[in-house]
Write a protein that binds this ligand. Sequence first.
Ligand code: F6P
Length: 538
Amino acid sequence: MSAQAPQPPRVAGPETRPWQRLRELVSTTGARHLRELFAADPQRFEHCSAQAAGLLLDYSRQRVDAEVLATLAALAEAVGLRGAIAAMRRGEPINTTEKRAVLHVALRQREGQQLGGAAIEAQVLAERARMLDFAERMRRKYRTVVNIGIGGSDLGPAMAVRALARYTGGAPRMAFVSNVDGCQIADVIAESDPVTTLFIVSSKTFTTQETLANAHAAREWIAGTLGDAAVPDHFAAVSVNTPAMNSFGVHPDYRFEMWDWVGGRYSIWSSIGVSLAIAIGSERFLEFLDGGREIDEHFAAAPWKANLPALAALLGVWNVNFLGLPTLAVLPYDERLARFPAYLQQLEMESLGKSVTLGGTPVQWSTGPVIWGEPGNNAQHSFFQLLHQGTPRAALDFLLPARSSSGRQGQHDLAIANCLAQAEAFAFGQSLEAAGSVHKVHEGNRPSTLIAFEALDPATLGRLIALYEHKVFAQSVVWGINAFDQWGVELGKKLCAALVPAVTGDEEGAGSSGAGSAAAPEHLRPLLGALRGWKQGS
Ligand code: F6P
């Protein structure tokens, strides 16, 4: 990692001249219908699309013109986005509230790149090789592999294993356990044979309540069925917390390192991705890393008007701050990407859910949008009605592979046609004249971006994830916030720890042992009483 060089003070987007210009453009370009914008420029697709690293970003249905695009590029310059990218790649402590470097890009580097410095490169490559060797051996040894983790220690691998189901031939059955309530671990135990099951406890901190509860349940099952001595053979772990792995009893050969410069939601590229490596094999995993790295190089070098993550970020800023669209629906036209919206929810909302600047002052502008979504074809038959004709507005991202992920190209062609039809309907709508009834009018002018690619393979998935990671970073630079901490989740954890004794009925005992320092607040007691009554069957 580089010496902790002082960072130049950053200017947030709203303090710059391009931002002021964008405010003026809202009443001109921002007020024009997409029908007009298309009519004014017969080459709109050529002017409003960009292609790199196998991804095609078609933003012709965004409510922008050449002047808005140029001003957004000027905004990227004015906030020093290029310098911010370089600072991240040098390993400067850009996660200022935790005083940490942010080096997920170092996880996908190849030999000789020295991202984060020579020592970090050496650590990354050595741990990657160990992890991939382990993954190959476990692939052959076990019939069921269960990842126990939550948030960034679950969503990435769970989403990616599902997305790359086509590439999992010969792999064990993969299962993912995250929720504290016990349902998932109960299902896994019911469906698995302890002799042929491997659990991977994925937890950067190894202190997360949900993960520990599930890991202990799994260990009890293994010890109860196979005996205590069998435990080390059935548990692997990924964490920065060596003492906790020691006390859990994880064998040294079955544990993998993490580093504090990898954020949980950016960690699929590290050994947190071991379940993905087991599922798709080491070669495919390396292709996945290669895909991410292609986008890293592109993001660091491409001019803003051709830079996919920067374009996605700047269009998002235009939608949130200038067109007043506070939500983004993510709509994959590929069932295998069903968990991609959930993955992006953590990536974007945990990163951009901030309302204080890097300098510690409250922001006076909107920041991260609400991210939500579903496979687009299903969404057409559920919530699209509201998006087409309801009063709330959302921006939309369509994700579209050309080739089928199931081998049923004929059916996938129908999915492609559906996706394009929806993008068109959202953009152009339907006039009263064409509709014949006021109830059938579609106003249109709902902005969307279409991200197309050849096929959902490991490299492409890596590219897609890296695209959104860098989009998030670029937006954080514009909004002047830290994308890499997550203090907002801590309060709930603290309150939960204090409430456990009141819920389990162990309030006094816990109080005297210091585990639950505060009793339940008075106003919760009637509710706790009602729940206790139901638990006891009265
Ligand atoms: O919910 C907050 C969080 O800290 C996430 O950022 C993280 O991905 C998740 O919990 C899991 O944390 P860990 O890997 O330490 O168990």
